[in-house]
Design a protein around this ligand. Sequence first.
Ligand code: GLU
Length: 512
Amino acid sequence: MMERRVRVRFAPSPTGPLHIGGVRTALYNYLFARQQGGDMILRIEDTDSTRFVPGAEEYINEALAWLGIGIDEGVREGGPFGPYKQSERRDIYRQHVKQLLDAGRAYIAFDTPEELDARRKEIANFQYDASTRGMMRNSLTMPADEVQALIDGGEKYVVRFKIEPNRDVTVHDLIRGDVTINSSILDDKVLYKSADDLPTYHLANIVDDHLMEVSHVIRGEEWLPSAPLHVLLYEAFGWADTMPQFVHLPLLLKPDGKGKLSKRDGDRLGFPVFPLDWTDPTSGERSSGYREAGYLPQAVVNFLALLGWNPGDDREILSMGDLIKEFSFEHCSKKGAKFDYEKGKWFNHEYLLALDDAELARLFRPILAAHVDHAEAFADDYVTRAVGLVKARINFVKDLWEQARFFFVRPDTYSEKDIRKRWKAETPAIMRQLIDVLRGVDDFTSARTEEVVLGWIKENDFHMGNVMNAFRLTVVGECKGPHMFDISELLGREETIARIELGLQRITVADE
Ligand code: GLU
């Protein structure tokens, strides 16, 4: 086979929100295109008018853009092989249907749904193929003038592919190797319907792959059963030499048990299976997306890339650049990949940790604003330092509120459990002394305050754990959070002392 420019396409049908498995298919296409210095096409396969959903195409564009999956040629980008939307390519398909008819590789069939049903009742396992087409109402069994008269009279018809029986058809797949089936199991697939003057998926898909000079068809495993038919179509058109390489990607499986990952698994186990939120325009049904759930696009890309592929070693954190460099079909698995959404959270955690604190603070701002009045009064530097102190404890930006709230509001309650454990009869007196100690610290940095306070505790032989936790209880409201003296440094001397005083007024000693 001759060397050709790498051209791949992602070819979704706009029938609803793009499933996360479709996103992975788009990603692998993109990685391969970029690695090979080739082109990435986005083709909208909207020939099934009954399944068209408004908004779905915009959703696809927005999801790919969010994830950084760049498109070189497409409906919005344009390009030399357009139009890139199948409903705008009717003339092209009509011509190609004619080409197959003229060559005797396809035929016209008038059988109505009722007639087909009747055959199905009559003949066990009825299939429209070489063994049955001779008894049906089609251009192979009817005289040409009768066929023409029916067409002229507006009778609805379909064009079927005339499949030669008993031939072994081999699909060369770069992940699966050779997959061979016998052509007798295939039916004479409908390629075109006069009712809506549109081709079916099979015809439009391969005509476009050919005309758009697609070199590699990289798609989900669910399309593998169509591939032998596609091979036969390439041959029938005389395009066997430029047939693309096929790559069928492993399925994404349920996190628990067997079977394909579905929206229901996400609803049941509480994780998104779509990139972005989506509301169905007819039913109003909502589906949650990774973006709105608080995932960083880089984390989603990394997570998806490793579902069905590995870099050949145990590296897990791989940037888009790394993925482009390392991607290969040899390291794609044939076996389905279990959708481990807990791992997805881990990736998000890692990517959030890797952000610089100022960027994380910027992402946190809207959440802060939703929780406190006058959030803008907190300086960027303050917010940045606050998120920096707690970021190791979060999986999502929204978790920052839970973890860092005490930097922005004084405690309004104090943990009962911690009071019982740490607030002893002698604690109030010790806390009053602590206030004096804090007033006396020459430099209120974390390190210096720690040195002074711990020195005072030791000198007085106080119980280290109780004193430090009582201190923390007044400042934070519970015995949790980052290093205590980092907290006091950021809050500052006045605020730290004010909180101890407030705690002294409000916390009462638990009855022993
Ligand atoms: N339109 C098909 C889909 O929705 C494309 C399959 C293919 O890539 O050939 O996934």
